[in-house]
Design a protein around this ligand. Structure first.
Ligand code: HEC
Length: 465
């Protein structure tokens, strides 16, 4: 049994057939003015061509209509596209009748006019269709200015850096992320899931399934859930194949929701976590950058100062700018204050080895603001189960070493709440068998022996799987 949805989803394939054919038909009509077009072969060719064109136009309209029933998009652009497409199908049938019947000379001229009309109709319909799939600014963004005015939708104005230290947090930090990654499908022209994010009001109004942002509760907000789904899972936002958010951008959204999801002006720059400052309008700073750009934003002077203190700072691999930070030479001198010192590098810290240091739970809120962190070694440190709760904020934490720390079963809940935790080392941590069992259920690998393969205890390339 073939599903309707399948037929609808053939639309992107089918629609290219009439577009190709109509240009071929224009060529045939054009040639018929210069060569002898009275022959039977010529007439048969034209009729066959026209029949194909009419059939494929109707097929494109029908599949498109079925696709629109899925309701993934709505808005003014879809309505225009739909009615223009239906009109094109009707006009193509009229043209087909005109072509099949033998025409008088006047009718022949009329037929050519209709053909040009259909061609124009297809271009416009196709343009709106393109806006639906690629967003309203896809074509205009790089168009010459004169053409931009004609296309009617110049790209959103780029925000100018403001020198003012008091800013609208929403305008400076949040809306730019939504503009660049979401508005093409959730904006004024198209509201996938009946959800739009081009203004704070629209964002807070939510979508088909209710509010997407619950102030103070990022973990329960539909928007954060969508962002944190595995990229290949249906419902992940932005959908697979589209530009994805960087870890810093995800943590910015989480932080903003946690802080109350307000769009009021008057937040001071100082209140924003260090690790998110890179997202704020500053000359030459963008949220998502190539490795070269990322490294060029790192504070090289600071890195040298830290290295002078015998802190080991290394790249994860030669062409990955993210950092692996450890303290092999000075572990007995490392305290919470040392972690705080690292914060200007927070957006780039991927692996952090604090094993055998004097770090306590006081350092964890800082570590929570390291959005790129994937591996964290806290073996033999002074942290506790309560403090670990702040790490739930880390969007990318995959491996965590808690060996040799006296914990209790309350830690199980915390670990289960970490969205991407894959492996946890709990050797000698007093978590009960029942707790360990709960933890290892679906996704987390629990390691409770003192194997030498502990996170970050060896050469980085050995633990990179
Ligand atoms: C390529 C188009 C596209 C982009 C880009 C996109 N989305 Fe979506 N989004 C959809 C579609 C289609 C749906 C409806 C299907 C579904 O619910 O999964 C949807 C649904 C949603 C919903 C659920 C709305 C509801 O109430 O059901 C949320 C929340 C959401 N998107 C957030 C985002 C965020 C945040 C971004 C940017 C980071 C984003 N989307 C980018 C296409 C897109």
């Amino acid at each position: 049994m073939i599903k309707w949805e399948f037929i609808g989803r053939l639309h992107p394939l089918v629609l290219h057939v009439p577009i190709g054919l109509i240009f071929g038909l224009l060529l045939i009509e054009g040639l018929s003015w210069v060569v002898d077009s009275g022959t039977r072969a010529w007439r048969v060719c034209r009729k066959a061509y026209m029949t194909l064109l009419a059939l494929s136009t109707v097929a494109a309209a029908v599949t498109g209509y079925i696709l629109s029933l899925e309701g993934q998009t709505d808005g003014a652009t879809l309505i225009r596209h739909k009615w223009l497409g239906i009109t094109a199908a009707v006009v193509s049938l009229v043209l087909w009748i005109l072509t099949i019947k033998s025409n008088t000379r006047v009718q022949a001229v009329f037929r050519v006019l209709v053909l040009w009309g259909l061609c124009a109709l297809m271009v416009v319909t196709g343009h709106f269709g393109g806006q639906l799939t690629h967003g309203p600014h896809f074509l205009s963004t790089h168009a010459p200015p004169a053409l931009q005015a004609f296309l009617g939708s110049a790209p959103l104005e780029t925000r100018q850096p403001s020198a003012d230290t008091s800013i609208t947090l929403y305008g400076a930090l949040i809306q730019p992320i939504l503009d660049s990654h979401c508005v093409s499908c959730h904006g004024p022209d198209r509201q996938s899931g009946q959800f739009a994010v081009h203004t704070a009001e629209a964002l807070m109004a939510g979508g088909r399934s209710g509010p997407a942002v619950l102030p103070g509760a990022p973990q329960d907000s539909e928007l954060m859930k969508r962002l944190q789904l595995p990229p290949d899972e249906a419902g992940h936002m932005p959908p697979q194949g589209k530009a994805q958010l960087s870890p810093v951008q995800i943590s910015a959204l989480a932080w903003w929701i946690q802080a109350g999801a307000s769009s009021d002006p008057g937040v001071n720059r100082d209140e924003i976590p260090q690790s998110l400052l890179s997202l704020l309008p500053q000359p030459d700073t963008t949220g998502q950058s190539s490795p070269e750009e990322i490294s060029s934003h790192m504070d090289e002077a600071l890195m040298r100062r830290l290295e002078d203190q015998q802190i080991s700072i290394q790249r994860i691999t030669q062409d990955d700018p993210r950092l692996w930070i450890s303290f092999p030479a000075i572990s007995d001198r490392v305290t919470d204050e040392t972690v705080k010192q690292l914060m200007p590098l927070a957006p780039w810290i991927a692996w952090l080895d604090l094993s055998d240091t004097h770090v306590t739970s006081g350092a964890l809120p800082w570590i929570a603001q390291m959005p790129a962190l994937t591996e964290l070694n806290l073996r033999h440190t002074g942290i506790d189960a309560e403090g670990l709760k702040s790490l739930v904020q880390n969007p990318n934490l995959e491996r965590l070493n808690l060996s040799g720390i006296s914990l209790d079963d309350t830690v199980v809940e915390t670990l289960l709440n970490m969205p991407h935790l894959k492996r946890v080392y709990l050797w000698g941590s007093n978590v009960s068998q029942a707790g360990l069992q709960r933890l290892s259920a679906p996704r987390i690998e629990v390691i409770t022996d003192a194997t030498p393969s502990e996170v970050l205890s060896t050469d980085p390339n050995a633990v990179a799987e």
